[in-house]
Ligand binder design. Sequence first.
Ligand SMILES: [Zn+2]
Length: 255
Amino acid sequence: MMQEAGNRVKYFSFYDWNWPWLQHGFSTRQGGVSEGEFHSLNLARSTDDTRENVQENRHRWLKELKLYGHKLVMGEQVHRSNIRAVNFSSPALIPETDGLFTDEKIALMGLFADCLPLYFVVPSRLVIGLVHAGWRGTLLKIGPVSLKFLQELWGIMPSEVLVGLGPSIGSCCYEVGEDVVKDIEDRFLECIRFVDEAYYLDLPYLNKLQLLEAGIREENIYGSRMCTACLEEEFYSHRRDTGRTGRMAGVVALV
Ligand SMILES: [Zn+2]
């Protein structure tokens, strides 16, 4: 489960994830300076919001997390399953990458407005990761691909890994086409609801089933049970706002 946190800027964090070496959170749309459809804490420069507003919002957000001035790395999210390890000398933006991992004292940030953020934490090894999983990345099994990456690079077993599933669009709102449904394996079809001639995908649940199959312990998977499309006060939603909207940020950092 996630809990509310923050003073000037409201955000959510995973209950129980309060180790002194970790900082993490998922922003809401509250506490920023942007206006109109971007009201108010839009954190993405790729939108039509002004650069000054996004700059101020990012400043507020990182200050709230006590990460302002901390080394920050983001991936250029392209809905594929490329994973990279980054470190203190990495550039601030990694091209064509939807998953970032590190064992150094840096912050990893991703931008979201319906897609699912996967937070990875390995307490036994002080390794963290942040992954962007929409339906495309999920069908490419970006969760299990990340676990394989951890095993190959650091010798980390899936049983050591904790994963937090942040807020995303829920099965209540996520209508998908038959083309998406036919690419989901039969054993995972319980993630699809069929209502009034339409298919609805439970994106977090599909990711959870994939992670369990890849060896994560059920007690090590943390959920949020929050739908970005339902909770208009809290979150931007690409689907609900038909594309003209801001972005929340997921951050995980070693401090
Ligand atoms: Zn919903």
